[in-house]
Each structure stands twice: as C-alpha cells, then as structure tokens.
Ligand binder design. Sequence first.
Ligand code: UD1
Ligand code: UDP
Length: 369
Amino acid sequence: MNILLCFGTRPEAIKMAPLYVELKQYFHVKVCVTAQHRELLDQVLQFFEITPDYDLNLMKKNQSLNGLFASILESMDTILGTDSFDLVLVHGDTTTSCAVGLAAFHKRIKVGHIEAGLRTYNKQSPFPEELNRQLTSKIADFHFAPTQQAYDNLKREGVDIHNIVISGNTVIDALKLTKLKLENGFENEKINQLKSTLNFSNKIILVTGHRRESFGQGFENICNALLAISKQNDVEIVYPVHLNPNVQDTVFKMLSNINNIHLIEPLDYPTFVWLMSIASLIISDSGGVQEEAPTFKVPVLVTRETTEREEGIQEGFSVLVGTNTKNIVNIAMEFLNNPVDYKNKVNPYGDGNAHKVISKTINDFFNVT
Ligand code: UD1
Ligand code: UDP
C-alpha cells in the first residue's frame, strides 16, 4: 500500500513526524512538503531527520492565500501522478491541507485527515483555518479526531461514524519524544545561549503570535499588554517572533530595546519545548501550544476571540483573553500572582500514542494483511 504524507508548515511537520516514523514500518510511505513555510519547516525536518521525497518549495514572502492555494493544486497534480498512491494524509487546517486534499480528490485518491473535527463554527476566526478544516472534512474519506469533542462535531455534521476514529493528537507524541530527549541531556547551542541570557530568578513568560485576524490593531494591543507586563520587575518575556512580515513589523517596532523583553528568531522545536517547560506563563494564539502546554502544567492566555481547542479551556489550562490590552494584562497578573495548581490534571489532548492508533486504523480501513 502506497501512502503519501503531505504537509507544509511548522505545526504540520511537528505533528506528522511521529506518524511518518510509525507508518514507514508497515507501508510504502513518501513525504511531500509544499514548503508553504520554508525556514520554520526546515527547522522541524532537521530535528526529526525527515528528508522529503518531494519538495515543492512554494513559499513566497508575504504570499497570498489564493496564490498559494493555486500553486499547491497545480504542483500536486504532477506529484500525485508519479506513483499509484492509495492514500494521501493531510493534517489540520492549513492552505496546504485543504489544497492537497482537493488535489487528491480530483485524482480519485483517498484522503485521510489527521487532526479532524476541531471547530469554532466561526469562519472569520481562525481565518482562514476554520473553513480550511471544514472543507477538508468534506473532502476526507477517513477522519482522525484527536478528542471526543472533535469526534462529536464530525458525527453531528453527518460524517459516517465508521470512518471516524478518536486517535489523540500526534502533537503529544512529538512532545513526549522531545521531552524525553531533553530529560536525557539533549542540548544545543540555542538552549545554552538562552540559559546564559535569561535571568532565572525572574518568572519566564513565553509569547508567540501569528493569527491573520489579529494583524494590525490586535497585534498592537498585544504588544502594549506585553509592555505593561514587562514593567513588573520580576518577569522575563521571551518572544520568538513569527517570520510573517505582518507580525515582524509590528512586534519589532513596538517591543525592541526593552531590557526584559527578548525578541528572538523562531526556535527549533526542542528549544521551544525546553522553554515551555521552564515558563510560568504562556501568552499565545497558537493551536499547538494550547495542546502542548498542559503537559508542563503551564497556563496559556489565548490571544484570540475563539478557540477550536475547548478542552484546555474546560480543564482550566487555557483562558481566552482576546486582544484587549487591559484584559490581557489583568489576567496575566492574576495568573502570575496566584499560580494555579494543576497537579491532578492531565493533558486532555492525548497520551502520546496517536501515531500507533492512526497506523493501526489505516491498516484496518484498507484491510492490509
Ligand atoms: C500558516 C497556517 C496556519 C498555521 C501557521 C503556523 C494557513 C492559511 N495558515 O499561517 O494555520 O497556524 O501557518 O505558523 O495555512 N514566512 C517565512 N518563513 C517561514 C514561514 C513563513 O518567511 O518559514 C513568512 C512568509 O513571508 C510567508 C508568511 O510568513 O508568506 C505567511 O506564511 P503562511 O504559511 O502563508 O501563513 P501563516 O500565517 O504562517
Ligand atoms: N514552536 C516551535 N518554535 C517556536 C514556536 C513554536 O517549535 O518558536 C512549535 C510549538 O511547540 C508547536 C508549533 O510550533 O508545536 C506551533 O506552531 P504555530 O504556533 O506556528 O502554529 P499553530 O499551532 O498555531 O497552527
């Protein structure tokens, strides 16, 4: 059986990596990267030692959604014709997943959707990811829902329950693997550099952000909140800034040259995981970070109006704070001054075995002997 794993962005690569390693043991697997991201993707490919069989190298600076979507459709037409693929696996809610799914459908190849069923039911938030994910659900033949809630969403939408499996989220698999490496002494130049730069007697606040719906005023508000929080003399803000020019322009303009705000380049995965493990608070609009932080029992202030990761909210691991400056500052102070005890809580997004569940299910679906 021939499987093509296709992805293009940093989070997709992190989440597909453990699955790739697992599937390779049982099937003929090839990897195609659209390279919707370039530097951010390459960092992940390098850490997980994945050499793509096809690299479409599509990223352009400040690319448009339509331009990228069209390029992926066209390029995938060629790739999908090179081998007799039985199944194409896509992940999540990106332009890559939606466009590749559609391209595979046009070629009458079955599509498996990893991390299926997450919903906000608000097409504007996250934009355009909510619609990408819903469209991919329409295209997909097999749906790997990370949680019960994601399964329920798909069932409610009329997806045949025989084609949905609750697998857990493969991000936890990647995280577990990386955490173990760190616990076994893995270090790199970046970790050592941060160890020598940061003042560990202060509370570390880790920040990320990249959502299109927050470009402009939203990011300005978030930066103003970070400026206000940085006035506390016992905090150290570490902010690996996303490479999107719309993010870079605002963040560097507003937050450069503040002593306890460290604006740094996007981090390789193990360094970022290490930072999560030592952080007191995370302020982020990232999907993956909302899923990972509960493993380290670090609260996440989610700088968005909606989230498709409701489980973390329900368990008290994350709080939707939007992009209102005052709101972010007040809630951040509350968490910093009164740390929550998450001792008895477990990460609701998985147990680290999603890659095995997905692999076994593919085997069952295709009845491979
Ligand atoms: C994409 C995904 C989003 C995901 C995010 C993860 C879509 C619509 N959005 O958003 O779901 O959460 O990735 O980060 O698919 N850039 C670089 N180098 C890189 C990556 C990005 O320079 O390695 C810059 C480029 O100028 C690029 C821009 O960022 O054009 C935007 O990248 P794009 O993939 O279109 O959107 P993201 O906002 O990253
Ligand atoms: N991440 C990383 N380096 C960074 C920031 C994030 O490796 O500098 C990881 C993070 O641990 C998570 C993923 O990238 O696994 C999240 O990516 P992003 O926030 O870009 O996308 P999203 O999850 O929102 O789709």
